[in-house]
Design a protein around this ligand. Structure first.
Ligand code: ADP
Length: 657
């Protein structure tokens, strides 16, 4: 076995590879760009080497810089992870040339599977079923249109050099073919510098089912069962599971055999994935799956396979790369229970899933969740930068049965606390709670079809607003306590650290904006309501008799409330918008909550109109202007600027008419 392993990647995959390498007593070497000096993968590695500027082209894609770092660090092997250089045959060769082991397949196998057309031709020869269509050299538009007609509409145009769904167009009818072809070619040329395309039958009710294979380069190859990756958005995987729902064992065997044949046909070694498309309009059937492509590397979704087999695929990769034979034969590969994985992204589902960047102000997961694994690429406090894939991490649940695994994941996601960049957390939790998903009624159109149900555009409900009101009051109370602790007033009722219980406020509304929408927070709690915020931002509240657990992050202005898997930012509206009613009946303007008087606008003897600003208070770095609730004449002002006041304390007394 090697002594020192360099990991030519970043984020969750680098962290994950380091974990196994460490367990195998290898020394781990990370590489990092300018943007990643303080990144998680750098912190967990034994040592780390700087390889360039933030853009991937100037760091993680610089093969020579990485090989140079490996040589200087005394590494014997390089694990490329996935993405970046993992399917770069020239890099694999350069490693070997430098005397370093590339933890991956031989360069020849990467090349053979690199282009979709050549790979399909090769697979046809090896007796693997391929999607019907045309994958030859003739790229004339008229000829391709003829091939599309012969294949039968709908068809899919795919870039032969494709990846990540780029250069791909579904065409429903002959009239649309020419336009779609031109668009696919343009996109392929721009993305891959290769405009060539192939034509495929568009499979109906398509399910993406892939087989994990492993070969040892000594003639042995096995299939580690299938993964279903049908839950996609724009041809990109979002949720993966193993085994595939409704997979007959005969079909599993047939697919495994086809995948092993594919691996053997290219002299494969190491971990690979053979991707198939299956027509599920009639359920999964042994005669209705076809080869799409082979990915010659570890996949993002490998943990679901690890969960159901109990194997560590990175350990297998390292052993095979070190020349060891496969540890198990086909019959010995376990298949235990069901696993589901979700990809947690910093992106905004309500805004076309646009990537979202920024510092993770909070990133907490429920403790003691059995059967749940997290592969995170960042920690609380880390920055999600614009330079790389915005994946925060992956969460994988495993249980004896599918519905149980889904339930575990749903619970876990709902209890996660994330604030900072927008994320798809709530979206993922919605999928886990969707009846059709739970029933296994999935295909690649699932997300698009159910988008409205999965992406909630609703603002906070009344429960969330009540909680936000309670949190706001408590934060202001806590702020005052902090001030009082400094000024040593130990006997003040606000020095107690148990939050508020129904106190002096009779009524009041604070105007906020919640994620850009105006909302009003009710500041008068019901009898028995309570709220306490721990030093770590943990919120424990009782509202209307219900105990709630939430979290909050105090911002420069306002706060973020995290509850039930949703993070919502509450920002006070313009201070003058805040309309807090005092106790008008008694002729006094009272403080709606504890705070500090920063400005006294009311003057004794003055006649004021309803809505006139009387007092400006401050707590939690927020200002609130208290307004007159009725026309009247001011009798006296009982506070001065700079004074700390308690909730319900009378500030301005009106003359009783
Ligand atoms: P890429 O390499 O760009 O990711 P793939 O060939 O792997 O492209 O296809 C990506 C996805 O597109 C598949 O997972 C599937 O959802 C869809 N797809 C691909 N080929 C077909 C097909 N022939 N019929 C229906 N859907 C397809």
């Amino acid at each position: 076995m090697f002594r020192t392993l360099l990991i030519a990647n970043r984020g969750e995959i680098a962290v994950r590879i380091i974990r196994t390498a460490r367990a195998m007593s290898l020394k781990t070497v990370a590489v990092y760009s300018d943007a990643d000096r303080d990144a998680y993968h750098v912190a967990v590695a034994d040592e780390a080497w700087h390889i360039g500027a933030a853009p991937a082209g100037e760091s993680y894609l610089r093969g020579e810089a990485i090989i140079d770092a490996a040589l200087r660090a005394g590494a014997d092997a390089i694990h490329p992870g996935y993405g970046f250089l993992s399917e770069n045959a020239a890099f694999a060769e350069a490693c070997e040339k430098a005397g370093l082991v590339f933890v991956g397949p031989p360069a020849g196998a990467i090349r053979a599977m690199g282009l979709k057309d050549a790979a399909k031709a090769l697979m046809e020869k090896a007796g693997v079923p391929v999607v019907p269509g045309y994958h030859g050299d003739n790229q004339e538009a008229a000829f391709l249109a003829e091939m599309a007609a012969k294949t039968g509409y709908p068809v899919l145009i795919k870039a032969v050099a494709g990846g990540g769904g780029k250069g791909m167009r579904k065409v429903e009818a002959p009239a649309d073919f020419a336009g779609a072809l031109a668009a696919a070619q343009r996109e392929a040329m721009a993305a891959f510098g290769d405009g060539r395309v192939l034509i495929e039958k568009y499979v109906s009710s398509p399910r993406h089912v892939e087989i994990q294979v492993f070969a040892d380069g000594q003639g042995h190859a096995v299939a580690l069962h299938e993964r279903d990756c049908s839950l996609q958005r724009r041809h990109q995987k979002v949720i993966e599971e193993a085994p595939a729902p409704g997979m007959p064992s005969g079909m599993r065997r047939a697919m495994g055999e086809a995948a092993v044949a594919a691996a053997k046909a290219v002299g494969y070694r190491g971990a690979g994935t053979v991707e198939f498309i299956a027509d599920s309009s009639d359920g999964l059937r042994s005669d209705a799956f076809w080869f799409m492509e082979m990915n010659t590397r570890l996949q993002v979704e490998h943990p679901v396979t690890e969960a159901i087999t109990g194997l560590d695929l990175v350990e297998w990769q390292l052993r095979v790369a070190a020349g060891e034979p496969l540890p198990l034969t086909q019959d010995q590969i376990p298949l235990d229970g069901h696993a589901v994985e979700v990809r947690l992204y910093a992106e905004d589902p309500q805004n076309s899933f646009l990537p979202s960047t920024g510092r993770l102000l909070r990133l907490r997961a429920p403790a003691h969740a059995s059967g749940v694994r997290m592969d995170m690429g960042v920690r609380e406090g880390d920055e999600v930068s614009m330079f790389y894939d915005p994946m925060i991490g992956k969460i994988i649940a495993h249980a004896p049965a599918r519905e149980q695994a889904i339930g575990r994941l749903r619970h876990f996601l709902s209890a996660m606390e994330i604030a900072g960049p927008k994320t798809n957390l709530a979206f993922l939790a919605q999928v886990m709670g969707h009846d059709a998903f739970i029933a296994g009624e999935i295909d690649t159109g699932f997300i698009e079809r159910h988008m409205d149900a999965l992406v909630s555009r609703a603002g906070p409900d009344s429960g969330a607003l009540a909680l936000a009101g309670a949190v706001y009051r408590t934060l202001r109370g806590n702020e005052l306590r902090a001030v009082q602790a400094e000024t040593a007033e130990p006997h003040s009722p606000w020095s107690a650290n148990d939050g508020w219980v129904l106190g002096g406020v009779r009524s009041g509304i604070a105007k906020f904006s919640c994620d850009g929408e105006p909302v009003s927070l009710e500041l008068a709690p019901e009898s028995g309501d309570s709220c306490a915020i721990g030093p770590d931002g943990e919120v424990r509240a009782v509202i209307g008799g219900t105990s709630l657990h939430a979290a909050c992050v105090v911002r420069e202005r306002g706060f973020i409330l995290i509850h039930g898997g949703a993070a919502r930012e509450f920002t006070p509206a313009d201070p003058l918008d805040v309309d807090v009613a005092g106790d008008a009946g008694g002729g006094a303007l009272k403080a709606p909550m504890p705070g500090k008087i920063i400005q006294v606008l009311a003057q004794a003897g003055a006649q004021v109109a309803r809505g006139a600003p009387l007092i400006v208070m401050e707590a939690m770095k927020m200002e609130q202007t208290l307004l007159a609730v009725a026309d009247g004449r001011i009798g006296s002002v009982t506070v001065v600027e700079g004074e700390q006041v308690g909730a319900g304390q009378a500030l301005v007394l009106f003359e009783i008419p």
